[in-house]
Design a protein. Structure first.
Ligand SMILES: Nc1ncnc2c1ncn2[C@@H]1O[C@H](COP(=O)(O)OP(=O)(O)OP(=O)(O)O)[C@@H](O)[C@H]1O
Length: 304
C-alpha cells in the first residue's frame, strides 16, 4: 500500500523555487510510492501548526520543504506529539545547515529520492524553555543578526544578505553577563556570544563543534568571552577553519542540561529564529526524531 506523505513547503523560501517545481516534485514522490498532499505555509508559525496537524492525521511521512526557518517550525509542531513519523527534507532556503549536516543535497530530485528510499537516522533534539531546536540555540549580540534580515531581502540576495547585515552590526558588539549552571559547573562570565549546538556545522562554520554528534545525547556549549573587535575577528577567522577551541577567549564543554540567566535583556536565537529571552533552560531530548537520510551518507549529488 502506498504511504501517505504530507509536504509542508514555504512558497517564499530560497528564491521561491517551490512555486515553479511543485508539480514535478509531486510526480516524483508519487512514482516513488508516496501519495503526497501539500500545505503551503502562509506566514510565521504556520508550519508548526501544519506539522502538528500532520502528526495528528497519521501521515506516514512529513516533508519539510524550505530553509532552516521552516525546519525549525516543523520540528516545533512535531516534538511534543506521540507517534511522530519520519521527517524528510527538501532544502530550499538561504541557509540549510541541518540538511548539510545530514548530507541531504540541495538537488531536489536527489533529495526526493532519499525520502522515497526511506532510510532513517534517529537524532537528538534540543529543548530551550518551551521551544525546540534541531541545530543550535544561542544568544549575545552576534546571534541577533540572523532574524534581523527580512525574508524578502533574503529571497532577493540570498546568503549575501547575512554577511551585509553582519558587517553592519560588528561595531555594535557588546558583551552580556551570564551565569551558566550545568551538572558539573557554574560559570559567571561576560560573553560576546553563547552557543548550544546539536550538530557540528552551523551557519557557514562547518567545524564549529567538531565533537558534536547529532545522536550522542549531548549538547556542545561554546562561549566566546568578552573581547574587542580585533580579537573577535580573530576568533571568527579561527572558527571558520575549526581552529578556535584552544583560543583563550573560548570556553567549550559538553552537557545534557544547562541553565543560563542574565541581568541583561538577552534574546535567544533558535535555529536562526527568535526564540524568546533569557533566563533559559536548555536540554537534550535523546533519540527524539527520525530523519530520512541517504543511508550511504555519501550522496553523489553532495554539495550540489
Ligand atoms: N507564505 C509566507 N510568507 C512569508 N513568510 C513565510 C511564509 N511562510 C513561511 N514564512 C516564514 O519564512 C521564514 C523563513 O523561511 P525559510 O527558512 O524556509 O526560508 P529562507 O528564508 O529562504 O531560509 P533561511 O531561514 O534558511 O534563511 C520562516 O520563519 C517562516 O515563518
Amino acid at each position: 500500500m502506498a504511504k501517505r506523505a504530507r509536504l509542508i513547503y514555504n512558497p517564499t523560501s530560497g528564491r521561491e523555487e517551490m512555486k515553479r517545481r511543485l508539480p514535478e516534485i509531486l510526480q516524483r514522490l508519487e512514482r516513488g510510492g508516496l501519495e503526497t498532499s501539500t500545505h503551503a505555509t502562509t506566514g510565521e508559525g504556520d508550519a508548526t501548526l501544519a506539522a502538528a496537524e500532520a502528526v495528528e492525521r497519521g501521515f506516514d511521512v512529513i516533508i519539510a520543504a524550505g530553509g532552516d526557518g521552516t525546519l525549525y517550525e516543523v520540528i516545533n509542531g512535531m516534538a511534543e506529539r506521540e507517534n511522530r513519523p519520519p521527517l524528510g527534507l527538501l532544502p530550499l532556503g538561504t541557509t540549510n545547515d541541518f540538511a548539510r549536516a545530514m548530507s541531504i543535497p540541495k538537488n531536489l530530485e536527489a533529495a526526493c529520492d532519499i525520502i522515497i528510499h526511506g532510510a532513517t537516522r534517529v537524532i537528538d533534539l534540543g529543548k530551550a524553555n518551551q521551544r525546540y531546536f534541531i541545530n543550535i540555540a544561542g544568544g549575545g549580540s552576534l546571534t541577533e543578526l540572523t532574524y534581523e534580515v527580512p525574508s524578502r531581502l533574503k529571497t532577493m540576495l540570498g546568503q549575501l544578505a547575512y554577511y551585509m547585515k553582519g558587517l553592519e552590526k560588528l561595531p555594535r558588539l557588546r558583551p552580556v553577563e551570564i551565569v551558566l549552571k550545568s551538572e558539573d559547573r557554574e560559570l559567571h562570565e561576560e560573553v560576546m556570544v553563547f552557543l548550544i549546538s546539536n550538530t557540528n556545522s552551523v551557519a557557514g562554520f562547518e567545524k564549529l563543534c567538531p565533537d558534536a554528534a547529532i545522536d550522542d545525547g549531548l549538547m556542545d556549549i561554546i562561549l566566546v568571552k568578552k573581547c574587542n573587535l580585533v580579537e573577535m575577528i580573530r576568533v571568527v577567522t579561527l572558527a571558520l577553519r575549526g581552529e578556535h577551541l584552544n583560543d583563550p577567549h573560548i570556553i567549550h564543554f559538553q552537557s545534557k542540561q544547562i541553565q543560563i540567566t542574565s541581568p541583561d535583556y538577552t534574546q535567544l536565537n533558535l535555529d536562526g529564529e527568535f526564540g524568546g529571552t533569557l533566563p533559559g533552560t536548555f536540554s537534550v531530548l535523546p533519540s527524539h526524531l527520525q530523519i530520512l537520510v541517504d543511508e550511504t551518507g555519501n550522496s553523489k549529488y553532495k554539495g550540489k
